[in-house]
Design a protein around this ligand. Structure first.
Ligand SMILES: O=C(O)C1=C[C@@H](OP(=O)(O)O)[C@@H](O)[C@H](O)C1
Ligand SMILES: C=C(OP(=O)(O)O)C(=O)O
Length: 454
């Protein structure tokens, strides 16, 4: 048994309730080389686009997280044949654009916003009626942001009060093309509309005032779709003319920068750490966390920069370094939207104050991540002021946090993993009330912690 496994003590399990609390204890330096699992956003899209291409798509490095598996199960309900091969790769035999089958039974999206919103887009331009359901966290999240544009294209929705799941969607074939300016910086909304456009005759255009992750555009191009991107007055205009066919292809999924971020922060704040995180995707619409950590004084070196599956990738060497508090430019937020919880952990160990703003979107993720992290870090001994659109964090000047808990993770994997990282650099460890949600995006998180800190 390696050292960290012993330090992660199981502290509770309710009778009849599948909740596993863990106390993440102070850790020695993180060293050696680790490889984080495949990118979640790219994994979802690989399965979806594979399902829309007639013939066999091969995916290497697919993230086997619960969110991605939910996407896979939904696509299988609509006729795609998805199988895992002996070498660990996945094969998808797609049915083609316009020929998805009517699913029997509801599509259970689990905890996954990306599965829900992208599949709503995909199905909106098919003559399919589908019920979407999800867990307690997903059932609170806003769906009007996709319902509004997809309704303009002709789909009909019966959502739960407040525009939430469970909902029923009646797709339309043929739908009408639209030009839609995104009212919120969201790759999920952009992607939902672009996926609906694939089976909609005519040209659909999404106008994106603030750039968000561009995996949909890059990958659809890889599947042979003509995706037109024009920058007009600083805004991206992304157009697809349907109906469009997808050609199957071979995909290699790079490591997820959102998962790597937990280890980059852990190695930055645990003294004497020197860790290499291999094969990390560094798409400029995703690498904001590494840019901000470097601005704070983190020692992050990019080794062996290369391309994997059309995405920039490098091995990251991260060494412990003193961090300085900074004011984070709100413009960088979309390129690190899922990494703020763990950035808050880094900031709570920095010297001086870190100010974040423009982060209202964090309140509608798997949990209200501003409020959840403010409570969790305060419980662990950090000094935090919660504001409407961000946190003001007074750093400890490199001193370990007191620790404590149990902190409430609200079915949110990123809160659980962020507070696990806080535990590594604390005096008494941090107990998180439930580690189950971690499996949605990073099933081997604890094993890798174990490996790096052994
Ligand atoms: O398109 C995607 O794959 C994602 C987009 C982001 O959501 P929003 O589009 O809601 O910002 C992000 O938070 C999510 O984890 C994945
Ligand atoms: C917000 C996230 O995912 P989703 O929206 O797909 O649930 C996330 O992974 O942090």
């Amino acid at each position: 048994m390696c050292a960290v496994k012993a330090r992660i003590a199981k502290t509770a399990s309710g009778i009849g309730i599948s909740v596993t609390a863990h106390r993440f204890m102070p850790s020695g330096p993180l060293t050696g080389r680790i490889r984080v699992p495949g990118d979640k956003s790219i994994s979802h899209r690989s399965l979806m686009f594979g399902a829309l291409a007639v013939g066999k798509t091969t995916i290497r490095g697919l993230l086997e997280g619960e969110d991605v598996l939910a996407t896979g199960r939904a696509l299988a309900q609509m006729g795609a044949k998805i199988s895992k091969e002996a070498d660990g790769s996945y094969s998808v035999n797609g049915v083609g654009v316009g020929t998805l089958l009517q699913p029997q039974g509801a599509l259970d999206m689990g905890n996954s916003g990306t599965s829900t919103r992208l599949l709503m887009g995909l199905l909106a331009s098919h003559a399919i009626t589908a019920a979407f359901t999800g867990d307690a966290s997903l059932s609170k999240r806003p769906m009007s942001r996709v319902i509004d544009p997809l309704s303009l294209m002709g789909a009909a929705f019966t959502p739960s009060p407040g525009g939430t799941l469970p909902l029923v969607m009646e797709g339309i074939q043929p739908g009408v093309p639209i030009t839609y300016r995104l009212p919120v910086a969201s790759a999920q909304v952009k992607s939902a509309i672009l996926l609906a456009a694939l089976n909609t005759p005519g040209t659909t255009t999404v106008i994106e005032p603030v750039p968000t992750r561009d995996h949909t555009e890059r990958m659809l191009h890889g599947f042979g779709v003509d995706v037109q991107v024009d920058v007009i007055d600083g805004e991206r205009h992304i157009s697809i003319t349907g109906p469009a066919d997808l050609t199957p292809c071979d995909i290699e999924v790079p490591g997820d920068p959102s998962s790597a971020a937990f280890f980059a922060v852990a190695a930055s704040i645990v003294p004497d750490s020197d860790l290499v995180i291999e094969n990390v995707g560094l798409n400029p619409t995703r690498d904001g966390i590494f840019r901000v950590l470097k601005q704070m004084g983190a020692s992050i070196q990019y080794l062996e920069e290369r391309e994997v599956g059309g995405e920039p990738v490098a091995d990251l060497r991260v060494r412990h370094a003193p961090l300085q508090g900074i004011e984070v430019d709100p413009e960088i937020a979309p390129s690190m939207i899922d990494e703020f919880p763990v950035l808050f952990v880094a900031a709570s160990m920095a010297t001086g104050a870190t100010v974040t703003s423009g982060l209202e979107e964090l309140r509608v993720k798997e949990s209200d991540r501003l409020s959840a992290m403010a409570s969790a870090l305060t419980q662990a001994g950090a000094k935090i002021n919660e504001r409407a659109d961000g946190l003001l964090i007074h750093g400890s000047g490199g001193k370990p946090l007191a620790g404590g808990g149990p902190v409430t993770t609200h079915l949110d994997h990123r809160i659980a993993m962020s507070m696990a990282v806080a535990g590594l650099a604390s005096k008494a460890g941090v107990e998180v009330d439930s580690t189950e949600p971690i499996a949605t995006s990073f099933p081997n998180f604890s094993d890798l912690l174990d490996e790096a800190a052994s």
